[in-house]
Design a protein around this ligand. Structure first.
Ligand code: HEC
Length: 177
């Protein structure tokens, strides 16, 4: 065999091995998580549910969120904005040792849809201007607010129960409905 061909084959084997270990290790998941958090790729419904439960259970229980209702306060789009922009900095100031992870704009957009689809969406019962004011210029959530619910992929999928058996099981386990 000619030398260049041999070298080429070795390089290909190394690339294949690298790709194999990249996908097998948790590292690829971390990279994908980062890509989705930055909004470069969209969350699937299952990923959005998992990410939501991780983010929203950092300071209080998910049970508490499940009790939230249309008589309790503003819709989730406002609640999630408040948690991301106010509760997290406040919490960090109060408990400097706590390790609270940030909620990026893309994550907030997915999280709002998860709770809207699971608990309910009462944006229609609120004045548009009031919600806009409460979003304090949060462009990502303002954009979501102006997106009709039928065009919100995650919200639509969850509220219509268009979830895969694995996701259904995951949600039943968490007793989300
Ligand atoms: C940094 C900590 C922290 C995180 C993370 C957090 N919350 Fe909160 N949350 C609070 C605090 C503090 C309150 C107000 C005090 C309370 O009710 O415990 C609160 C209250 C709430 C309430 C009750 C609000 C009301 O007006 O009754 C809801 C609903 C809620 N959070 C939902 C969420 C959701 C959804 C998420 C995920 C995006 C989330 N929280 C993430 C700290 C947090």
């Amino acid at each position: 065999m000619k030398r260049p061909i041999l070298i080429l084959i070795i390089i290909l084997i190394l690339i294949a091995a690298g790709a194999f270990f990249f996908t097998k290790s948790g590292y690829s998941q971390k990279v994908m998580g980062e890509i989705k958090a930055r909004g470069l790729m969209e969350y699937t419904t299952g990923e959005a549910v998992e990410m939501t439960l991780n983010k929203c259970s950092q300071c209080h229980s998910v049970e508490q969120i499940k009790k939230y209702c249309d008589r309790c306060g503003p819709p989730f789009v406002v609640v999630v904005h408040n948690m991301a922009k106010h509760a997290i900095p406040m919490w960090r100031a109060k408990y400097p040792k706590s390790k609270i992870s940030d909620i990026t704009d893309s994550q907030a957009v997915a999280i709002v849809q998860v709770w809207n689809g699971t608990i309910g969406n009462w944006e229609k019962g609120w004045k548009r201007e009031d919600m806009e004011r409460m979003l304090e210029g949060n462009q990502a959530l303002l954009k979501l607010l102006h997106t009709p619910t039928e065009n919100r992929k995650i919200e639509k999928a969850i509220s219509k129960e268009e979830v895969s058996p694995a996701e259904k099981y995951q949600r039943e386990m968490l007793n989300m409905k």
